[in-house]
Design a protein around this ligand. Structure first.
Ligand SMILES: [Zn+2]
Length: 486
């Protein structure tokens, strides 16, 4: 079997065939750097990381583009509120994003175009749309005329009768019920000028609309390959409308060619069953995970355990289960390494693996590589891949116990495990006692002690489980509660 992907454009799982194999151009909408990205954003980025890693493991030569939205309604509004120029406001969040990415072991994209550095391409795109009669000047900016683009709505399936062509929407974000002519370019007002977010253009000084930015950056970045069509465009489901619909209209309106062959969308992440929002005060960032001592491998495991097209519920229990899975994997790998050492077989390092499936003589190992590949080929079915991995751990442990897995077989088992880890990357981090973690643990222990004094044992137990989820074990002694990392 070869790779099949669910394409939002056709609402079908289709065989994946890039335009010019082995190259795959992959564009993923990046963060808006007005704040820290939350773990819901990172769920999408982790799904994209998994997709990219599997493409690479399958022998494709991926060119991954992720933009940084450093000018739009939100960045300007927050910079103005803080009373600083735009770049001064966004720069720390760009740095934070890269730190969070590295913490979660996400492979860096090949390029991170920043919107403010591609304004020339954006101006060019707007000029092209004006020339073709697909755009027009309004009183506050240049708008895309959706009525002039017959296939508008094809991706999001907005019905023609719902399109309010001629009516306008100026803001970057709006709902499906508001399918109107949208702003490509917004004429500069005093706030834009103050923030340093205004550029000259033949059609009037101003700044790009958010949707325009991605079209211009994507087309600019793939120009080097002589194409105007991306192989894959990915993002969160919330971007299907209007963002991706508008990207298609802008890009195809000028290029006359399909903008992307495959559109992939990752579902939301919920926190304890509810959508993250400022209103509920339940927005979690990667910084929060770090402070709480969450192993990035555990978060990766949690994300991989739900299919990307299904909603993922982030709970303490789910995280604890993921951390336990990661611990078992680490233990199992250590056991294999030990067994390889005893057998005198040559260990193979992960980096030495060529792309493609490692060889396997043992049926247990062959079963893993086959089941793993089949799962990942089936629209990146990572929960099934994780299940195959644990079936393998159980079977291999039994064989090791019985002495049936030995010699070259052990080396192959290790190689196969490392091959899957090149894709999933779920081995536990080597953790020391950093002071942030220690401080947080002490705080939780104090809260647990308070709960016990109030005879609120449910709460006390919940805190113990929460700590366990972060790899911290408690021991109650007459002298107080002691803790250790497992
Ligand atoms: Zn985008």
């Amino acid at each position: 079997m070869s790779l099949r992907l669910y394409n939002t454009l056709t609402r079908q799982v289709e065989p994946f065939a890039p335009l010019a194999p082995p190259r795959v151009t992959l564009y993923t909408c990046g963060p808006t750097v007005y704040n820290y990205a939350h773990i819901g954003n990172f769920r999408t980025f982790l799904f994209e990381d998994l997709l990219r890693r599997w493409l690479e493991a399958s022998g494709f030569d991926v060119f991954h583009i992720m933009n940084l939205t450093d000018v739009d309604d939100r960045t300007i509004a927050t910079a103005a509120k803080a009373g600083v120029p735009l770049t001064q406001h966004t720069e720390p969040f760009v740095r934070a994003f890269f730190e969070d990415r590295d913490f979660l072991r996400i492979r860096p994209a090949h390029v991170y175009p920043r919107a403010t550095q591609y304004v020339g391409s954006m101006v060019e795109l707007v000029s092209g749309l004006l020339e073709r009669g697909l755009a027009y000047r309004g009183e506050d900016g240049v708008y895309f005329a959706i009525g002039k683009f017959p296939s508008y709505g094809r991706l999001s399936r907005v019905e023609q009768r719902e399109l309010k062509s001629g009516a306008r929407v100026a803001s970057d974000e709006y709902a499906k019920e508001d399918a109107r002519d949208f702003a490509l370019w917004k004429f500069a007002d005093a706030t834009d000028e103050q923030a340093g977010a205004a550029w000259d253009a033949p059609f009037g000084r101003g700044r790009p609309g958010w949707h325009l930015e991605c079209s211009a950056m994507a087309l600019s970045e793939i120009r080097q390959f002589g194409v105007r069509t991306l192989d894959i465009h990915a993002g969160g489901v919330d971007l299907i409308f209007p963002h991706h619909e508008n990207e298609i209209a802008q890009s195809e309106g000028v290029s006359g060619q399909p903008f992307a062959r495959y559109w992939l969308h990752g579902e939301f992440l919920l926190v304890q069953g509810t959508k993250m929002s400022k209103r509920f005060g339940n927005i979690l960032t990667v910084r929060d995970l770090k402070e709480e001592g969450v192993d990035p491998a555990a978060f990766r495991m949690l994300v991989a355990s739900t299919h990307y097209r299904q909603r993922l519920n982030y709970t303490d229990d789910a995280l604890a289960a993921a951390a336990e899975g990661v611990r078992r994997l680490g233990e199992f790998r250590e056991r294999l390494v030990g067994a390889v050492g005893q057998s005198g077989a040559q260990p193979v390092t992960a980096s030495a693996h060529p792309p493609g499936r490692p060889s396997a003589d043992s049926p247990t190992v062959a079963e893993l590589t086959e089941a793993f590949a089949a799962a990942m080929d089936d629209d990146v079915n990572s929960p099934q891949a994780v299940a195959a991995l644990f079936t393998f751990v159980r079977a291999a442990n039994r064989e090791l116990d019985a002495g049936r897995l030995a010699g070259a077989g052990v080396a192959q088992a290790l190689q196969a495990l490392d091959w899957t880890m090149q894709v999933l990357d779920l081995l536990p981090s080597q953790r020391g006692l950093d002071s942030d973690l220690a401080g947080w643990v002490e705080g939780r222990i104090a809260e647990r002690a308070a709960a016990r004094r109030q005879r609120d044992f449910a709460r006390a137990d919940a805190i113990r489980d929460e700590l366990l989820g972060r790899g911290v074990e408690l021991e109650d002694t007459p002298g107080g509660t002691r803790w250790r990392l497992r």
